[in-house]
Design a protein around this ligand. Structure first.
Ligand code: ZN
Length: 372
């Protein structure tokens, strides 16, 4: 049992079920009188990726003991239906089992047209709001996005479950300054996806040592759907004014390690790193690596077999060093070593060694650089 008594909670209804039961989301909120910023954190959007629940529990305990000068909105269980869905021993959590839809691919581009409104005309908006200055104008811009999102949420009750869930999560996170979507990968080192504009030494506050930077383009995953409109707006604004503003949204997908694993001790140090990033009070000296999303490669099985990893996750490896081997059965082609032609850092390996042709085996960072 953990203490959350200082936090207010509220529920948002999700779909009702044939049995008459219903799913809902429970948000926890704490606020201070003059917050330095708003922090939004959600966990387990993919049901089997549960380490984020441990991180949020520690944060709730920490907030019960002492205030931090920030407003927090926490959602420990972002997708209760996926959390409940198991196939045998394991959670099936990444996909809706009925449709195969990835739960993290249903988020909308708020700048695009919908059944209810036209595409957002950024240029025109900037022309009519340029006199306000960037800080004010982006606030008005956020309000305009909120209106569009509210319309979509109000019309979402009859939409597919992943669409309804995505719209509600997006709505809850929209006005936050720091947004953390806590996930896990297959068998994985901890690493973060960060928008390119947040690439700087401050990232060294996190305990993770690997970062994948995302470009200014829309993707229907939570993190990118949240930060993309603000980044696009900021680039347009800078082009229009010659200024060099940086989007105020500090939004991350944090892959906390391996799915199907829950460790309270690790969660404590992970949380320390997250709070160090938010408070930005330290001058971290650790070493970390980054590469672009385009240089973060999935290596897939060139043929069927049983994959055995022979490299160490998180470590720098030289070109042509073995990543692993794809074992085959007698009478088939010889077992196949898996390698890469350049230096690389492997971050993840498939949780199931049984690999059909085309299945993902590992994800590796290539053309990586040191965070500085
Ligand atoms: Zn995930």
């Amino acid at each position: 049992m953990y203490e959350v008594s200082t936090m207010k909670s509220y529920q948002r209804a999700l779909k009702t079920l044939a049995s008459g039961n219903a799913y809902e989301l429970t948000f926890y909120q704490s606020s201070v009188s003059k917050p330095k910023a708003r922090v939004y954190m959600q966990a387990a959007l993919h049901g089997a990726e549960i380490q984020g629940i441990a991180v949020i529990r520690h944060l709730q305990e920490r907030l019960a003991q002492s205030d931090l000068p920030f407003d927090f909105k926490l959602l420990p269980l972002a997708n209760p239906a996926a959390f409940d869905t198991k196939m045998g021993e394991y959670g099936y959590g990444r996909f809706d089992p009925r449709t195969g839809m990835n739960w993290n691919r249903g988020f909308v581009n708020l700048l695009s047209a919908s059944d209810f409104f036209e595409a957002f005309e950024c240029e025109r908006f900037i022309n009519t709001h340029a006199h306000l200055g960037y800080d004010q104008a982006i606030h008005v811009f956020e309000h305009a996005l909120k209106e569009r999102l509210d319309i979509l949420v109000n019309a979402s009750a009859g939409q597919p479950p992943e669409t309804q869930l995505a719209l509600i999560l997006h709505q809850e996170a929209l006005d936050a300054d720091y947004i953390f979507d806590l996930h896990c990968d297959s068998i994985s080192k901890p690493y973060l996806y960060t928008p390119q504009y947040l690439l700087n030494k401050r990232l060294l506050n996190f305990t993770a040592q690997h970062f994948i930077t995302t470009p200014c383009r829309f993707s229907p995953c939570f993190n990118q759907a949240v930060f993309y409109p603000f980044w696009h707006f900021t680039e347009q604004w800078n082009r229009h004014t010659g200024e060099t503003n940086v989007s105020p949204k500090k939004a991350f997908t944090y892959e906390l390690g391996s799915k199907e694993s829950y460790c309270s001790e690790t969660a404590k140090t992970t949380l320390d790193g997250i709070l160090n990033y938010v408070t930005n009070a330290h001058n971290p000296v650790s070493q970390a690596w980054w590469c672009t999303e385009d240089d973060y490669h999935r290596l897939r099985a060139p043929r069927g077999g049983i994959f055995e990893l022979s490299c160490e996750l998180g470590k720098v490896h030289l070109e042509k060093e073995d990543i692993g081997v794809l074992h085959t059965f007698p009478g088939q082609e010889a077992s196949l070593p898996i390698a890469y032609e350049d230096t690389f850092i492997p971050l993840t390996v498939t949780a199931s060694p049984v690999a059909h042709q085309g299945d993902e085996l590992v994800k590796i960072m290539t053309r990586y650089q040191e965070v500085s």
